[in-house]
Write a protein that binds this ligand. Structure first.
Ligand SMILES: *[C@@H]1O[C@H](CO)[C@@H](O)[C@H](O)[C@H]1NC(C)=O
Ligand SMILES: *[C@@H]1O[C@H](CO)[C@@H](O)[C@H](O)[C@H]1NC(C)=O
Ligand SMILES: *[C@@H]1O[C@H](CO)[C@@H](O)[C@H](O)[C@H]1NC(C)=O
Ligand SMILES: *[C@@H]1O[C@H](CO)[C@@H](O)[C@H](O)[C@H]1NC(C)=O
Ligand SMILES: *[C@@H]1O[C@H](CO)[C@@H](O)[C@H](O)[C@H]1NC(C)=O
Ligand SMILES: *[C@@H]1O[C@H](CO)[C@@H](O)[C@H](O)[C@H]1NC(C)=O
Length: 929
């Protein structure tokens, strides 16, 4: 029996030409479905005329699912019903649904005890919410379904009446209707729009893989990380979030309805619902639960220069020198694998001799070094030998009989082990550290290697790459490196894919395999990685289950090592991520290409990773693969200056693309970077709030305007916190930018009408390459700034500034968080930091700024010397200024008021010592009319 759908859905489906009561649940998601194969699964073959909407031709009959056998409180015992059977394995006859609440979070766990649970240690903390979600069930004859309802509005936010619940050992499926099409999230994929598009069926792969994004056109392939999380805005503007805690290879289909069909090939369906009701609260609730992001060192917000393929240290020196000579703010030099000796971790190549001297020199310039480390280590050198003596573990085969002995016998140190040897950048075979080792020996060894290497090269942060983990040429007779002059022809890893193997050839292999045409095309779950039959933690975990956690677990160990070795908080940046990775590391959006399309998807990707709790995120500025060009690089530098992780990075053999290459790019980058460095106290405060409270840094506009539907589709605009709107130029040849300003008070912060009010709505503003990209400040904001210079460290010594952009009523508020920029944060309760709240009020005759120190730290800070106030109604009496009631001399030479722009600029050396009192007031009156 079909559950009844509302008339709305009926029309919706007639509208797209189906006239069916619900979306089709694909019965043949594998490639090359045909009528025979379909019908042999007992499914319906129904070709459609229009193939552009991706409607599956082979789909399940109605009634796939379970019925309710019994209920005991919040536990529902389900029994497989008489509906269609699962084509991918024996349905479990009995499964359970258990529901519980963890504070405001509703957990619905569908599954069986004793099955694999991802070993990820979430804090599982909650935030109080005014909202309650409740679980309700219903049945129609033989089919059980459930809904999750928002009590306050009685809206179903999750509704599985669509049917399609399947639960077997290696195939799990859950389908739901969504309350609206305004859904954001799921990853990691290259999304071309921030909001998902439910006008057709699209399946997105989720399996961590060394897979450069293709942004040229719509592409659903799986990238480096896995994030089974989405946020949905309900029709009345309430928001909720849903997290499915599952680490197996998985996928999601977004389908008309709007609906979702989620499939995974292991574990349970452990689902967490976050009630919001605002988008910001959804993120905060999610991050309380999975863990809030780490606070990067202050310097990590500086500009980074990187490339793959430096010919040696001299070239790095030359490019760093060129950027510095151009007066472009630069904080960090990044070294890719070139610096290593034959790409082996913890070694330095001869062409880089003197690297440590140069790092010392850079430290003298207040610059920092972030080198790359790959997880896999060659099975024949000292670090590997030390690993053995530490008792460190590596990903291994389950049994000795599986070991590829022709490879193993080449390595005496690995010969008697089950270690699964693979091939990455180094010349010889490599072993992959097992960061799930519960004895802690692997982590202790990793730390020791980093410590030993740090004693030779005093790096400040760590870049971890290739941690999906990537392996070259798996299952390939002729891997690419056989044709590389820079890599020996090592025998590739072959996984058990030629017979039947439940891990490497499971009954359902997910979009990550089918996207490439399946096994006929040599596509496997193990493509570009290790065999899924592998094991971790002395056989207690199957790599099939834990592969997606590799980047996360490496990040955990690496961050701990960095903290221990440097004694400072630094920053780790990781390619592969999983929920909670933001606690330990940032992320860059991978090996993009120097194309405008990639610039655009970067803008979207950074917003998504903020939803995923990884706000220290950005793209390879100017594009990694392919040849960049002057205009693209210029626009990317301008946009990237608003991403927390801000790094220009290029690939091997491409011409240099650092900003010093082109005078126009150098000029634009200098302008963009100086703006960023001026606003770093604000950006840092946003990161502080993200770490402390789970707020986003780079934020979709809809987070601030969830009741304005015009913001729901904005992908190429974003906000910096609540107060600054950025509309980057993302199209070639553009000299104007179309953008949307929600109904609010806005002031320009770029060249066009700087400081003036800009009317909200859809507007077009000039954006020549010689101008800053369009950036606006929202009325009601008091934004801490600092006079910028060419490093973050030196900027920190400059006077503070405060930008006041009043709302309609002449008021503004803001906050500044400040610590020493590098101290390790054990807990914000004990962390040494200052917090200052700014509160500005004005009338037509006077004004008052109150600065309240709400947290007292011990760090000394520069004085607040400059206050810039927009839309100030009339000239102030510069002689009337009172600081805490006492007359204060304002420098009338450097302070100005413009009756035309209505900007008041107060500039006086040592005007306010922020630490002089817990409450400081600066007040003045205006010239009497
Ligand atoms: C129902 O659940 C309670 C508590 O979880 C348990 O003590 C009881 O035995 C259960 N009853 C049945 C019939 O399973
Ligand atoms: C929410 O609604 C459900 C079902 O209507 C009800 O059982 C529950 O008591 C409600 N919870 C709250 C906190 O109102
Ligand atoms: C959604 O996809 C359809 C094609 O299926 C396309 O025509 C439409 O423009 C897309 N909408 C958005 C907002 O991208
Ligand atoms: C590796 O082990 C095998 C079996 O124990 C032995 O025959 C072979 O000589 C060993 N090779 C090396 C290089 O140690
Ligand atoms: C599968 O491949 C392995 C390694 O290449 C080989 O030893 C084995 O005989 C093959 N098995 C089958 C069933 O072909
Ligand atoms: C590892 O597993 C083996 C086989 O199950 C067991 O004998 C051994 O004690 C385990 N070692 C550790 C350190 O747990």
């Amino acid at each position: 029996m079909k559950p009844k759908r509302s008339i709305f859905y009926f029309f919706a489906f007639c509208f797209i030409g189906l006239c069916e009561a619900g979306p089709r649940i694909n019965c043949y998601p594998e490639p090359s479905a045909n009528q025979n194969l379909c019908e042999s699964r007992g499914c319906i073959w129904g070709p459609t005329q229009d193939t552009s909407d991706g409607t599956p031709w082979c789909y399940f009959k109605d009634g796939v699912g379970y019925n309710l056998a019994s209920q005991n409180g919040s536990t529902y015992n389900l029994r497989k019903n008489n509906g269609p059977k699962n084509p991918w394995g024996e349905d479990f006859q009995n499964i359970q649904i258990r529901t519980s609440t963890i504070g405001s979070v509703l957990n619905v766990k569908i599954g069986l005890d004793g099955r694999y649970e991802p070993p990820v240690d979430f804090p599982r903390a909650t935030l109080a919410s005014s909202e309650t979600l409740s679980f309700t069930t219903a049945s129609s004859d033989d089919l059980f379904w459930f809904s999750v309802i928002r009590n306050s509005t009685n809206r179903k936010i999750f509704d599985t009446s669509l049917g399609g619940l399947i639960f077997s050992d290696q195939f799990l499926q859950l389908s739901t209707y969504l309350p609206s099409e305004n859904m954001y999230g799921w990853g990691e994929n290259a999304h071309q729009s921030l909001k998902h598009n439910f006008s057709r069926y699209l399946t997105w792969g989720m399996l961590a893989r060394d897979q450069p994004p293709n942004s040229l056109n719509l592409d659903t392939m799986n990238l480096y990380g896995v994030h089974p999380f989405y946020m949905c805005l309900e029709p009345d503007g309430n928001a909720h979030g849903v997290f499915i805690f599952n680490s197996n290879p998985q996928e999601v289909t977004t389908a008309p309805g709007p609906s979702l069909i989620y499939r995974t090939i292991g574990g349970n369906l452990d689902i967490y619902f976050f009630p919001g009701p605002t988008p910001a609260l959804v993120t905060q609730q999610y991050l309380e639960f999975i863990g809030k992001p780490f606070l990067p060192a202050y310097w990590a917000l500086g500009y980074q220069l990187s490339r793959y393929g430096y010919s040696g240290l001299d070239e790095m020196k030359q490019r760093v020198g060129a950027v510095r000579d151009a007066g472009i703010p630069l904080d960090i030099a990044v070294s890719d694998i070139d610096y290593m000796n034959r790409y082996k971790d913890f070694s330095t190549n001869d062409k880089w001799s003197g690297f440590e001297d140069y790092v010392n020199q850079m430290h003298g310039w207040n610059m920092k070094l972030i080198p790359i480390f790959d997880p896999a280590v060659e099975a024949d050198y000292l670090p590997f030998q030390r690993a053995q003596s530490f008792g460190a573990k590596f990903i291994e085969w389950e049994t000795y009989s599986q070991v590829q002995t022709d490879i193993q016998k080449l390595y005496p140190m690995a010969n008697k082990t089950k270690i699964m040897l693979g091939v990455v950048w180094p010349d010889n075979h490599v072993a992959f550290p097992d960061f799930l080792d519960s004895t802690g020996r692997t982590q202790a060894w990793w730390r020791t290697e980093l410590e030993l290497y740090h004693s030779k090269l005093t790096f400040d942060g760590i870049w971890i790459d290739m941690n999906e983990p990537a392996n070259f040429g798996t299952n390939e007779q002729h891997p690419w490196y056989f044709d590389s002059a820079d890599h020996p022809d090592d025998a590739p890893l072959f996984c058990p894919t030629n017979g039947s193997n439940r891990w490497d050839l499971p009954p359902y292999q997910t979009h990550a395999v089918y996207y490439y045409g399946g096994n006929q095309n040599n596509a496997y779950l193990s493509s570009k990685t290790l065999c899924l039959a592998g094991v971790q933690n002395n056989g207690s975990y199957r790599f099939y289950d834990t592969k997606n956690l590799y980047g996360l677990t490496e990040a955990i160990s690496t961050q701990q090592a960095l903290l221990d070795v440097t004694g400072k908080r630094g920053a780790v940046v990781s390619r592969s991520t999983f929920p909670s990775a933001g606690r330990y590391a940032g992320h860059w959006l991978g090996d993009n290409t120097a194309r405008w399309e990639d610039l655009r998807t970067s803008v979207i990707g950074a917003q998504e990773f903020n939803l995923f709790g990884i706000p220290y995120v950005g793209s390879d500025v100017c594009g990694f693969l392919g040849t960049s060009n002057e205009e693209l690089c210029l626009r990317w530098q301008q946009m990237g200056a608003f991403h927390s992780f801000f790094r220009n990075h290029n690939t091997l053999r491409e011409p240099a693309q650092d900003p010093a290459v082109w005078p126009s790019v150098a000029a634009a980058t200098k302008t963009a970077n100086l703006f960023r460095y001026q606003y770093l106290p604000y950006l840092f405060s946003l990161h502080f709030q993200a770490s402390q409270s789970g707020l986003t840094v780079v934020r979709p506009v809809l987070f601030e305007y969830p009741s304005d539907s015009a913001t729901f589709d904005l992908g190429y605009q974003f906000m910096w916190g609540s107060n600054i709107m950025v509309a980057p130029v993302v199209y070639q040849g553009a000299v104007t930018t179309n953008l949307y300003l929600p109904n609010d008070v806005w002031y320009s912060l770029f060249n066009y009408m700087y400081g003036s009010r800009i009317d909200p709505g859809y507007i077009t503003v000039p954006s020549p390459t010689t101008s800053r990209i369009p950036v606006f400040v929202r009325g009601g904001s008091a934004i801490p700034r600092q006079t910028p210079t060419t490093t973050t460290t030196m900027s920190r010594f400059n006077p503070f500034e405060l930008l006041i952009a009043p709302c309609q009523l002449g008021k503004a508020v803001g906050v500044l968080y400040w610590d020493d920029g590098q101290r390790i944060v054990d807990s914000f309760d004990t962390h040494d930091y200052h917090q200052f709240d700014f509160n500005f009020v004005s009338t037509s005759s006077d004004a008052q700024l109150t600065i309240t120190r709400t947290r007292k730290g011990s760090v000394t800070l520069p004085t607040l010397d400059i206050i810039e106030i927009f839309n100030y109604p009339s000239p102030p009496n510069f002689r009337s200024f009172l600081l805490n009631g006492k007359s204060v001399n304002v420098n009338v030479q450097s302070s100005t008021y413009s009756g035309i722009t209505k900007t008041l600029y107060i500039s006086t050396q040592f005007l306010i010592d922020l630490t002089s009192a817990d409450v400081i007031t600066l007040s003045w009156s205006n010239v009497a009319k």
